[in-house]
Design a protein around this ligand. Structure first.
Ligand code: KG4
Ligand code: ZN
Length: 341
């Protein structure tokens, strides 16, 4: 079964095809970063319009190497959470393709998509495990019993980790989204140079708070003249990144211990961060757990992860009715477990 995945929940227009495994056949991503960079963040109206402009071209690029749309057996599309105007573009295109071809369509939760990037590995991680979903909009820990079964252990009470990276990077004038720039500059910095607060620094519960860190970071920059340079900039980025990586990985490992599972899957854009990856591997190793880190290109938004989740749901006989709506909010815990009969 070949499944076409479509992702338009935010600022990536993406389409991909996976086949049984699931394994990736094609993975096309049109990033809108350049369009939104001048505004310092995603402008929803402009994002929707760019999705409309690009979606057909991106889908064609994903299916053409396989011999065209006639080769596709099912369509998976992100139907939430995300920007409604953006989600609608992908959902309507997916419905059109599925209807015209007479093939099933399934709506996929974007967060389940992120976690499902792990399914695309040659050796997919075993269940049960803990999943840390950490992106521009989410920072959540789940106890994953099996595919489709997510128990929320905790989440951010204010900003997401990616938001902390991006908002501080914006004040530093590093461009949008800033996480990757902070990561790059941090390579030459001292993570102990600047003391920044670690909110909710406890393993008694698994909630996070990054707004205090964000504010402290912004205040530090302003107190130092508004623009850091050279080694000071590198040290600041390394210290900010260390604070985020420390708290994320400490809580993820504690959650895995509490649940009695053997490993942790990390997912979402911030999972591409080099320090988050290194520290998670180190701490999992020290605690005799495995850490699953998807390749970086599958951490940030893409359609292969949506196709992987959709492939699994379609394989289980699930389809989504034509009348389905898109959802700006859609907690993972609300997902129904697909039936296995
Ligand atoms: O998953 P994603 O592509 O989109 C959402 O669903 O939000 O995540 C985007 C977030 C942004 O905040 C971006 O700055 C962050 O992921 N990000 C990174 C890195 N690459 C992307 N943050 C830190 N280090 C990175 N290397
Ligand atoms: Zn995402």
């Amino acid at each position: 079964m070949k499944v076409l995945g479509i992702e338009t929940s935010c600022d990536e227009t993406a389409a991909a095809v996976v086949e049984d495994g699931p394994k990736i056949l094609t993975n096309i991503i049109h990033s809108q970063v350049k369009t939104h960079a001048q505004f310092g963040g995603v402008v929803p109206e402009i994002a929707s319009r760019e999705h409309i402009h690009k979606i057909v071209e991106v889908v064609e690029q994903a299916v053409e190497p396989l011999g065209g749309m006639s080769e596709i057996d099912g369509v998976a599309v992100t139907t939430g959470p995300g920007l409604v105007g953006c989600l609608l573009v992908g959902a309507q295109v997916a419905k059109g393709i599925a209807m015209a071809r007479g093939i099933p369509m399934v709506g996929v939760n974007h967060l389940e998509g992120h976690i499902s990037a792990a399914l695309l590995a040659q050796e997919a991680p075993s269940y049960p495990h803990v999943a840390l979903v950490v992106s521009g909009g989410h920072t959540h820990l789940y106890h994953v019993q099996s595919f489709g079964s997510y128990e929320l252990l905790g989440g951010t009470r204010d900003d997401a980790a990616g938001e902390a990276f991006d908002k501080v990077a914006k004040v530093l004038g590093l461009g949008y989204p800033g996480g990757i720039h902070v990561d790059r500059l941090a390579q030459d910095g001292n993570p102990k140079a600047i003391s920044l607060p670690r909110g909710m620094n406890t393993t008694k519960h698994f909630d996070f708070s990054f707004s205090g860190l964000k504010t402290a970071g912004i205040n530090y920059i302003r107190e130092h003249g508004g623009a850091l340079e050279g080694q000071e900039l590198n040290d600041f980025c390394a210290s900010l990144q260390e604070a985020i990586a420390d708290i994320l990985t400490k809580k993820a490992v504690a959650a895995a211990k509490r649940c009695g599972v053997e490993g942790i899957v990390v997912a979402g854009g911030v999972a591409a961060n080099s320090r988050v990856r290194a520290l998670l591997e180190e701490r999992c190793h020290n605690n005799k757990m495995w850490a699953f880190l998807p390749p970086r290109v599958l951490c940030t938004d893409n359609a292969a992860m949506i196709a992987a989740a959709g492939w699994t749901r379609l394989q289980n006989g699930e389809t989504t009715p034509w009348s389905t709506e898109v959802r700006s909010r859609w907690p993972l815990g609300d997902l129904e477990v697909p039936s296995h009969d």
